[in-house]
Ligand binder design. Structure first.
Ligand code: DQA
Length: 144
């Protein structure tokens, strides 16, 4: 099983960006953490990060023939990108949304995810574990 993990905008600055919210783990460390969990699950994982909406949409399109599923943290795009929501709806492979912080408990504009409705499910609020839980859920979903 092959899974693509897509990190959205500003997540390249993890570790230095608002550490009180997102923690001190860098993106490289997060990707290592995800890779270790994937190995345990027997999943082949690739991790990418894009700041641009179009790049994320293209990554979703390209993944549809190369991967069995996607874990995506759309960052702030989750709250308003109908284009990314449409891209997720346009591919047959399952997509799970992950957020480091608990978006349901934050500012009003973060409580809504317009991309989540296109996904099979969402994991939010568990820091780096959100990605691993999403990966696990995806592995289960694909097996089913
Ligand atoms: C985030 C939450 C978003 O509201 C924010 O814009 C991010 C990170 C998270 O992982 O908690 O960039 O997606």
């Amino acid at each position: 099983m092959r899974v693509l993990v897509i990190h959205g905008p500003n997540l390249n600055l993890l570790g230095e960006r608002q550490p009180e919210i997102y923690g001190r783990t860098t993106l490289v460390e997060l990707d290592d953490f995800i890779a270790a969990a994937a190995r345990e699950l027997g999943v082949n994982v690739d991790c990418v990060q894009y700041n641009g909406e179009g790049e994320i949409i293209s990554a979703i399109h390209d993944a549809r023939t190369r991967y069995d599923g996607i874990v995506i943290n759309p960052g702030a795009f989750a709250h308003y990108s109908y284009a990314i929501a449409d891209a997720i709806s346009s591919v047959q492979i399952p997509v799970v949304e992950a957020h480091l912080s608990n978006i349901a408990g934050r500012e009003a504009h973060r409580r809504i995810s317009v991309t989540a409705a296109s996904c099979v499910g969402t994991v939010s609020g568990f820091g780096q574990h959100s990605y691993v839980l999403a990966l696990r859920a995806l592995a289960q979903n694909v097996e089913k």
